[in-house]
Design a protein around this ligand. Structure first.
Ligand SMILES: Cc1ncc(COP(=O)(O)O)c(C=O)c1O
Length: 423
């Protein structure tokens, strides 16, 4: 396996040494040496109910006996799309895929076909999966990144055809002036703005004030579609994701991760006239595994759990998230480490920085990412698993409870104390 992992983001986790997980249950994971960790990676957010939730295990086990892939539209597929439709404000139509990458790729194609325009506008530091159309300015080292208000466009890595670069324009996030400037310059051939509604690829960066409402208004003013990449936020910060949480409707939204409760399923949802571009004789939409019964069974069980007791799971995750965030803030202040914690419900990140607020990717880069890594390695020795890269984020699940909060905060207190001694 190149670099010893099936995804580059996992290679960072090989420092200080590779840890191979053997098992996950609820809020915990165990490595091959039987060390137990409170899991704050939560499989990059896919296991929204925790690992191997009994309802998902039951639904998958039953489906395995009745066929994992049936090859036609199924009743289960209709049932799950209706549940998504009733949960997501903008979902007049729903189409399934397998990964977040596929969902943003399809959303962009739909937007291009609907508008007849080639270009998309994306924001510096945002990650929308690993297809070529979105792999620009995902990482922007400061020496080549250009002005904060007018970021340079940088291919993420070699292998991305030069020609594709002409179809992408870059703006700074959380900065309405930067957005309007790029829109004005490109309005004639721009199909869509694609954004993470809460930026989760540089820690956790919530939209400032009315930024998303403003973005919606600008999209309308310049007659371009608005795509929300809700792969992280969907079915997590609220049942209807960020569009429900912030009360802003995109034209197309992309879902994956939490939707499948730990299985690979994704969805594209949106306006009827826009989604109606898909179909024979119109634009292509394909995938052997799209809407397979195994993952739909898991998604169905996940949605049922999320819908239960009037969204009690979300109240629980927001409360647990707030307890950890507040606890970490108190500890960072007590040990005078100079840092902040930003979060929305179950997603959060801490930054070692003198800044009061992190508003975009550049601010994250200016934080002390080495100190974050040192903190992470100290937490690891105390049985709490964090992703080592401070540009990622922590996720809690419905399975994390009071005892996990106590373990995390006690490990953090020890780690902060040690970190202070070392510095
Ligand atoms: C916001 C966002 N969009 C898209 C993706 C890509 O999803 P996947 O890894 O399922 O292809 C990710 C993955 O982390 C993501 O965080």
């Amino acid at each position: 396996m190149p670099s010893g992992a099936s995804s580059n983001v996992r290679v960072y986790a090989h420092d200080p040494f590779p840890i191979l997980f053997r098992k996950g249950l609820g809020s915990k994971v165990w490595d091959v040496d039987d060390n137990e960790y409170v899991d704050l990676l939560s499989s990059y957010g896919s296991v929204v109910l925790g690992h191997s939730h009994p309802a998902i295990v039951g639904a998958i086990s039953e489906q395995i006996r009745n066929g994992t892939m049936l090859g036609t539209t199924t009743e289960l597929e209709v049932e799950v799309s209706k549940k998504i439709q009733s949960a997501v404000p903008s979902a007049e139509m729903v189409s399934f895929a397998n990964t977040g990458t596929e969902s943003t790729m399809e959303a962009i194609r739909i937007a291009r076909a609907f508008t007849g325009c080639d270009k998309i506008l994306k924001f510096e530091g945002h990650y929308h999966g690993h297809h070529d159309y979105v792999l620009f300015s995902v990482e922007s080292p400061s020496v080549v990144a250009g002005l904060e208000q007018a970021p340079s466009k940088l291919a993420y890595y070699p292998g991305i055809p030069d020609g594709i670069s002409r179809t992408v324009v870059i703006a700074q996030w959380n900065d309405p002036a930067s957005l309007e400037k790029v829109l004005k310059r490109n309005a004639n051939d721009l199909a869509a703005i694609i954004t993470e509604p809460v930026m989760g690829s540089a820690g956790i960066i919530p939209p400032k004030d009315d930024y998303l409402k403003n973005m919606r208004e600008l999209a309308d003013k310049y007659d371009v579609l608005l795509i929300f990449d809700e792969v992280l936020t969907g079915f997590r910060i609220a049942l209807g994701g960020a569009q429900e949480f912030y009360g802003v409707k995109p034209d197309i939204a992309c879902y994956a991760k939490a939707l499948g409760g730990g299985t690979p399923i994704a969805a594209v949802a949106g306006r009827r006239d826009v989604m109606g571009m898909i179909g024979p004789g119109k634009i292509g939409y394909g995938g052997t595994y799209n809407g397979n019964s195994l993952c739909l069974a898991a998604a169905n069980a996940t949605l049922d759990q999320l819908l239960k007791n009037d969204g009690a799971v979300f109240r629980h995750m927001h409360l647990t998230g707030a307890e950890i965030v507040e606890g970490l803030r108190d500890l960072m202040a007590r040990y005078d480490l100079g840092g902040i914690v930003q979060g929305i419900g179950p997603m959060f990140q801490l930054y070692f920085t003198e800044a009061k607020r992190i508003l975009n990717y550049r601010h994250t880069l200016q934080s002390d990412l080495q100190k974050f890594r040192d903190f992470r390695n100290l937490m690891l020795r105390r049985g709490v698993y964090l992703h080592p890269d401070g540009t990622e984020r922590m996720m809690i699940t419905a399975a994390h409870d009071r005892s996990d909060v106590e373990r995390v905060l006690s490990a953090a207190e020890d780690s902060f104390r040690e970190l202070r001694k070392e510095n």
